[in-house]
Design a binder for this molecule. Structure first.
Ligand code: CMC
Length: 433
């Protein structure tokens, strides 16, 4: 395999090095292109741009493969759990028994939030979106731990494992508090005896006079949901985390920015958008057939939410796993005949036979079923994307570390092709028309 490529530009030939990843992914290294030729590359939406080298997650979108640190998502989903996977992603290796105990202990220790932080929730309007609250609160968290948020990468990397445990643990408490404050409900404190997912469900649904006890199937469905979202390579929110980190910003600030990027309906907001779409199809008395026809017109506001992916041109492997577990969760919860589920199944069936979707290689993505799972376990719709953020936190954290500990790292600063007015003279206001 050659190690260079020759590019001919304006009758000049230049040599560009090739980079090959451990799974034989190939790239053209264009870093010297502008210096040598005056040209830049143009790739709006970054569909063809490798923005970094990373050893966290591998995706083969053509084959529908997803691996965290080399382990297949299918094996992890079957044999591991979210906390072990979070450790794997953050530390790079699976924990020993002792390391897992220690990590779980750190999560338990760090789960309560500072009491003065509780008052911050009171100042949000009652109908504030939990994603806005979550992002603000994660950034505020850094104010309570200034020694972990110095904005000096060398120092922040030294405390990385402590900060990572703080965020993984507290994001769940903050998420539950944002839900409870939006409902005007008192905060429920975490319990030391409960595992991660059960503790989250307790903080969401217990009352001072009534203890919520999660069914094992419900906790398992939540565990799987979080595990399947734990990292996903250079998506919009992870790239945002890396972009913010590249300026030297601390882990709290960088992950808070990730929450904002995740919020949009084309990214993490899609799980909520799927349910909204299913509800509106149901309300209009459509069985899904009309909606599929509209989605084929290509209008942005009529897309089949939960379908299509920038990287997967095959069934999203996470969608396959979550779909299987969905049915076992439904039967454990004794949920039968959900009209939205029936519509979802019809939509999927219709789209998978239709040439519009087949020719564009649009298949169900993880969000097609994850909204339905969240709904089945009682998570309110405006919290769906918050759940995604809890799950994605290990990936954002590990990506921050790669940026912060890269001795050759540079601030991310893309260029542009300017298409505005050419130089012109200022016109005084009395002469403007
Ligand atoms: N329904 C109908 N048509 C679609 C859809 C869809 N869901 N997705 C893409 N298309 C069409 C699009 O109109 C275009 O058609 P044409 O070639 O005729 O112009 C073609 O397929 C390619 O689409 P694209 O916009 O170039 O694809 P993209 O890679 O820029 O966008 C996407 C990927 C996920 C934003 C898009 O497929 C989409 O909007 N899907 C619905 C939202 C969704 O489910 N998002 C969750 C993604 S998975 C969770 C995550 O990792 O964030």
């Amino acid at each position: 395999m050659p190690s260079n490529a020759i590019l001919t530009l304006d009758d000049k030939q230049i040599t560009l090095p090739l980079i090959v990843g451990t799974e034989n992914e190939r790239a053209l290294d264009v870093r010297a292109l502008r210096d040598k030729t005056g040209y830049i590359t143009f790739d709006e939406g970054y569909g063809n741009t490798g923005s970094c080298q990373s050893s966290i997650t591998y995706i083969d979108g053509e084959q529908g493969i997803l691996r965290y640190r080399g382990y297949s998502i299918e094996q992890l989903a079957q044999q591991s759990n979210f906390i072990e996977v979070a450790y794997l992603i953050i530390h790079g290796e699976l924990p020993t028994l002792e390391q897992r105990k220690q990590f779980s202990g750190m999560l338990t220790e760090n789960s309560p939030i500072h009491s003065s932080m509780e008052h911050l929730f009171e100042n949000f309007p009652a109908d504030a979106h939990p994603m806005a609250i979550l992002s603000a609160m994660i950034n505020s968290l850094g104010c309570y731990y200034p020694h972990l948020a110095t904005n000096d990468h060398e120092r922040d990397v030294e405390t990385y494992y402590e900060t990572a445990a703080q965020i993984i643990s507290k994001v769940r408490s903050l998420a539950a508090c944002s839900f409870r404050s939006s409902r005007g409900l008192p905060f429920i404190y975490p319990r030391r005896d409960l595992p991660y997912c059960e503790n989250f469900l307790h903080m969401m649904f217990s009352e001072p006079y009534h203890q919520y006890v999660a069914k094992p199937e419900v906790a398992a469905a939540l565990n799987l949901f979080l595990l399947l979202h734990a990292d996903h390579e250079q998506n919009c929110s992870t790239s945002t985390v890396r972009m913010v980190a590249s300026s030297g910003a601390n882990l709290f600030a960088s992950t808070a920015a990730g929450v904002c990027a995740l919020w949009g309906p084309l990214h993490g907001g899609a799980n909520m958008a799927v349910i909204e779409m299913l509800k509106s199809i149901h309300a209009e008395g459509d069985d899904g057939t009309k909606f599929v026809e509209q989605a084929k017109l290509g209008k942005a506001d009529k897309r089949l939410m939960g379908f299509g992916h920038r990287v997967y041109k095959n069934y999203d492997p996470r969608a396959k796993i979550i779909k299987q577990s969905f049915y076992s969760a439904l039967s454990a919860l004794k949920i039968k005949d959900d009209p939205l589920l029936n519509i979802a199944m019809r939509l999927e069936e219709a789209a998978l036979k239709d040439d519009y979707f087949l020719s564009r290689r649009l298949y169900p993505n993880v969000d097609f079923y994850s909204g339905l799972i969240m709904r089945a376990i009682g998570i309110p719709e405006n919290m769906f994307t918050v759940m995604f953020a809890i799950g994605r936190m290990p990936g954002w954290i590990a990506n921050w570390k790669e940026v912060a500990s890269n001795p050759k790292g540079r601030i991310n600063r893309p260029r542009q092709i300017y298409t505005g007015s050419q130089k012109r003279d200022f016109v005084p206001i009395d002469q403007r028309r």
